[in-house]
Every structure is written in C-alpha cells, then in structure tokens.
Ligand binder design. Structure first.
Ligand SMILES: C[S@@+](CC[C@H](N)C(=O)[O-])C[C@H]1O[C@@H](n2cnc3c(N)ncnc32)[C@H](O)[C@@H]1O
Length: 204
C-alpha cells in the first residue's frame, strides 16, 4: 500500500512549559551521556526534539492521526516517546541498545510518566527480508528480541510511528511501515533539521 505525504502546518507559538522542560532535560542528559563515552555513541544521534515536538503538536491540533497510539522505532533516550505521551498519546518505544533503554526509563521515571520501553528490535517477525542494508549502514541491527512482542503489541496497533533512520535505512523503515502498519496510520520521520516528513499509509 502506498504512502502519501501529509502537510503539517507547524504551530507558531513556543512549546508549552512542561514539554520544554522535558526537551531541556533530555538534551542535557544526552550531552552528558555522550561526553562520558568519548563524544560518540555508536548508532545513536538524537533528533531535534523541539522540531519533532512541534510536528507532533500539529498532528494533534490538525487532528491528522486516526487515533492516539504512538510508537517510536529506535527510541534512544525516549524523549520523543515522552513528548508524545505529554500530548496524550498512549506511547511506547523500542530500542535495541540496553544502555539507552535504561536512560529512557530513568527519564520517564524522573518525569513521573508511566511509559513503556522495550529493549529489542523494531523489525517485526516477518520483516527480516526488508532489512538487507549495506554493511556500512548496518546500524539497523537485526537478530535482537522482537520489541513489539515484548510490549505485547502489533505494529498495526499504532496510529503514529516515529523514526529517525540513518542514511541508507530510510527505505527499510518505509518498507516495514508499508508492510506492517495499519491503513491510515502516520509515519513521521526525521532526516535532519530541514527534512522531517509525515506520510500516511493509504489503501490501494
Ligand atoms: C538516529 S538514533 C535516533 C534516536 C531517537 N529516535 C531520537 O530521535 O533521538 C537511532 C536509534 O535507533 C536505534 N536502532 C537502530 N536499529 C534498531 C533496531 N533494529 N531496533 C531498535 N532500535 C534500533 C539505535 O540504537 C538508535 O538509538
């Protein structure tokens, strides 16, 4: 089933205070985490949380999503998942790096948010054939436990799925979404400050 682009007029006003607080604290912890590991963490680069938050707000304000369930594929520190939860999505995240899952859970606990993160792969059973990326883009780890299974969910349960794919992985994320997401669900992808895309899976 094809994906079609969806326009999202972004809110002109600043983020509400509680979302801003989460973005600021998430960014602070990520800086400290990366610095403590010599300036880089393999496979992990955070998205621009403020920008992503504004697009999620647009999704809510414009009523673009068919419902309020959200999953972040490759959730890193969990900030986007928690921002979605602040917007009253029933939100969860799937992340393959256990250290990042631990950080995401700590951030959720410190903000007193009841949000679940699975440590595993977002590649659902039956999607492995779509993950054949060149070696240099092999961040998209396969072979890990299935994150959806751990969360007792199916990719088709989500109204919005967010991912920040590495270059070379975009097609994989798109193909997985096309195969496994529900019709009418939204795929929000971050590709850098100037490139954030919102697409909908449509029938036919
Ligand atoms: C570019 S980072 C983005 C992190 C986060 N989504 C954000 O916006 O800040 C991509 C994340 O996906 C994770 N990842 C890569 N392949 C994965 C997979 N197959 N399943 C789950 N997580 C994966 C990486 O460990 C990394 O944390």
């Amino acid at each position: 089933m094809p994906l079609v682009d969806v326009d999202f007029p972004e809110p002109a006003e600043a983020l509400p205070r509680r979302m801003r607080a989460l973005v600021t604290e998430g960014e602070r912890r990520i800086r400290a985490f990366i610095d403590a590991r010599g300036g880089a963490v393999a496979g992990f680069v955070p998205s621009d949380f403020e920008r992503v938050a504004q697009v999620l707000r647009a999704v809510v304000h414009q009523n673009l999503a068919p419902g309020r369930t959200f999953c972040e594929w490759g959730s890193g520190f969990g900030v986007v998942t928690l921002l979605a939860a602040q917007l009253e999505f029933s939100a969860c995240g799937i992340e393959v790096d256990p250290e990042l899952v631990e950080q995401a859970e700590r951030l959720a606990a410190d903000f007193e948010m009841d949000v679940e993160f699975a440590c595993g792969t977002f590649v659902p059973h039956g999607g492995e054939d779509l993950t054949d990326v060149p070696q240099e883009f092999a961040w998209l780890l396969t072979g890990a436990a299935c994150g959806h299974e751990q969360l007792r969910v199916d990719p088709a349960d989500f109204d919005v799925i967010f991912a920040y794919p590495w270059p070379g992985e975009e097609q994989v994320v798109e193909d997985l979404f096309e195969r496994f997401a529900a019709t009418s669900a939204l795929l929000l992808t971050y590709h850098g400050m100037e490139d954030i895309r919102l697409r909908r899976k449509v029938a036919g």
